[in-house]
Design a protein around this ligand. Structure first.
Ligand code: ADP
Ligand code: ZN
Length: 609
């Protein structure tokens, strides 16, 4: 059995060896056991059920929440020579009947279905008349009411256990939150399933967080390092998405907008271009991303604070699925905290839910303001003890300077208290700095003992102090969302002198920014620089390999990465295989693809210079 699993991995998928826990999962499932698999995005979950489905008799049924995702997976499997199909609302009646016929005739290795389709009486009774190899429940966190991707139909999937008790089931998710994990087990009756929990570390992703002072300029500078690469830029509002996309397009970046306010055809068109063309930047709200399996997303940028660490990790996790270097970059400001608090306050949610949301915002802020290894903090949020430092986040690379801010913190807290805990940071800073504004005068706040006690610091420095006090939980924004500040239980120790406060010195604009500011981002020099470390002498062959891939993908009507991943092209570029035997040893080149594409790629690689 082992040998044949490995044989399949090599001959069908073209990979030399299993990764992490893949082999253990494959063996357990192939032998008929149930499994719960928690692996980060890009961890290689798909093979965990695809190979057992090929090894076992019958058809593997894969429940998947998103149509786009199904289609991609099925395209990729067919490219590898696997008999795969999907059933969802995008098919016409005729096509659906054909897929059903194939299922009943036992011609399919794998069938992807939407949950609502699976649960119909018609489909369940068809399944009873066929041999089912296994059930795979992908994106299993969709059962969780607390998560962002809740799908009510997922809760009914426990029926599979009742109707097909002898068929092994595997549930998979990249959501690491322990509460969600328990909910999956409970809702899907997976109490007896063996759990496979991988580390959630994404070693190829570098993390960087900065203060927002001029979003456009900062983003431009960031994109300089990613010219010609695919990436996602997340914004909080639809308007900001539109503005940013338009502005980037003017700069010569292939940028497209995506948010729920666009009509469905435009959304579909933009998504398709992102998937099918090299180097498109998607500017989007969180509406974009779930089910996007594109492996060569080289960066994820956040121009606003996301809602929670889980959300942030999921969004940034869309970068670098292929294991090649990728970057997660975020800028944020004090105003984000106010906006987010308002959004939480004004939402329709119950109070209990709002409380959870506020806690989530607070831990995200603590992450943003952290002075220690970010990876350690992120993984810690998922209950994982990562030793750190990682050497691959901004805080590890350039540890931030801190200063003793105990006295300014006392002044700030005291000014909040003396003004009645009814004002936002702007007014409190005016009081601290001794500004006789109209508001200060009309409220008689110039009479307060705290008036002018902070004149030695400018407004910007005070804003930094307030932002960090909020992040540290020494102040809180009101639940109603007016942006007013209040003391917390933790404030007292600072005010009484029992607790000192260390804050980070806000970084100056990023190094090197001035030098680079003048260069334009034209389409002409798209390929220079970049994350993959393509050397100048390699560039023209790299471009040729990518052009061939695009051309073949167009002919097949699939995205380029379905033909070959960047990692596979990169291996070709470095190994320069001379013939089919050598090409076959490259990771990602399986038998079917070797036969179909080998000759074309060898021709490019071995073309006379
Ligand atoms: P997930 O669903 O966990 O996000 P995927 O199953 O899409 O991850 O796999 C991520 C990427 O890693 C895919 O491009 C896949 O082809 C590749 N991959 C998976 N397993 C292996 C392996 N054993 N060797 C090489 N590449 C692999
Ligand atoms: Zn680090």
């Amino acid at each position: 059995m082992n040998a044949s699993a490995l044989d399949l991995l090599q001959s069908v998928f073209g990979y030399p060896s299993f990764r992490g826990q893949q082999q253990a999962v494959v063996e357990h499932l192939s032998a008929g056991g149930d499994a719960l698999v928690l692996m980060p995005t890009g961890g290689g979950k798909s093979l965990c059920y695809q190979i057992p489905a090929l090894l076992r008799q019958g058809t593997g049924i894969v429940v998947s929440p998103l149509i786009a995702l199904m289609q991609d997976q099925v395209d990729a499997l067919r490219e590898a020579g696997v008999a795969a199909a999907y059933l969802n609302s995008s098919l016409g009646a005729e096509e659906q009947r054909e897929v059903e016929r194939q299922l009943l005739a036992g011609e399919l290795n794998l069938l992807y279905v939407a949950p609502e389709r699976l649960l119909t009486g018609r489909f369940l009774s068809q399944l009873e008349r066929t041999e089912v190899a296994l059930f795979a429940i992908d994106e299993a966190h969709c059962v969780s009411q607390w998560g962002h991707d809740f799908r009510p139909e997922y809760r009914e999937l426990a029926i599979l256990h009742q109707r097909f008790p002898q068929v092994p089931r595997i549930a998979l998710t990249a959501t690491a939150d322990p509460r969600t994990r328990d909910e999956i087990v409970e809702r899907l009756s997976l109490q007896d399933a063996r759990r496979f929990v991988a580390s959630f570390d994404r070693p190829n992703i570098g993390y960087r967080v900065g203060l927002r002072h001029n979003a456009k300029r900062q983003l431009t500078e960031f994109l300089q390092g990613h010219q010609g690469e695919s990436g996602i830029v997340y914004c909080l509002s639809r308007r900001k998405v539109d503005d940013t996309a338009e502005w980037l397009a003017e700069l010569g970046v292939e940028a497209l907008p995506y948010h729920a306010g666009l009509d469905a055809p435009t959304r579909a068109k933009n998504q398709k271009r992102f998937l099918r063309e090299d180097g498109v930047v998607m500017v989007a709200t969180v509406a974009f991303g779930m089910g996007i399996d594109k492996p060569d997303v080289r960066f994820v940028a956040h121009l606003d604070l996301p809602r929670s660490i889980e959300g942030y990790y999921q969004e940034t996790g869309r970068a670098g699925r292929d294991g090649l270097p990728a970057e997660a970059w975020m800028i944020y400001g004090l105003s984000d905290v106010v906006t987010m608090s308002q959004m939480i306050a004004q939402s329709e949610s119950a109070d209990e839910r709002k409380r959870v949301e506020r806690q989530k915002l607070e831990s995200l802020l603590a992450y943003a303001e952290a002075t220690d290894c970010r990876r350690q903090l992120l993984l810690g949020a998922f209950g994982e003890n990562y030793p750190g430092p990682c050497g691959h986040c901004d805080n590890c690379i350039a540890p931030p300077k801190t200063w003793d801010a105990t006295v300014p913190a006392q002044k700030a807290l005291s000014a909040v208290y003396r003004t009645g805990q009814r004002f936002g940071s702007g007014h409190v800073i005016d009081v601290l700095r001794g500004e006789e504004t109209e508001r200060v005068l009309s409220l008689q706040h110039h009479q307060l003992s705290t008036f002018g006690i902070g004149a030695e610091m400018d407004e910007k420095q005070w804003r930094s102090v307030f932002r960090q006090l909020l992040a540290a939980g020494l102040l809180e924004a009101d639940a109603e969302g007016y942006g007013t500040l209040r003391l917390t239980a933790a404030s007292r120790a600072v005010l009484s002198g029992n607790k000192s406060v260390k804050l980070r010195e806000d970084a100056r604009p990023e190094r090197g920014s001035r030098r680079r500011r003048d260069s334009k981002m034209g389409a002409s020099d798209k390929s220079s620089g970049g994350s993959l470390g393509i050397e100048a002498y390699e560039q023209s062959m790299w471009d040729d390999l990518r052009a061939l891939r695009t051309q073949l993908a167009k002919q097949q009507g699939v995205p380029p990465y379905v033909v070959f991943h960047d990692a596979t092209l990169l291996a070709m570029l470095r190994a320069l295989p001379a013939n089919e035997d050598e090409l076959a040893t490259i990771s990602g080149v399986g038998e079917a693809k070797l036969k179909r594409y080998g000759r074309d790629f060898l021709a490019v690689i071995n073309a006379p210079a």
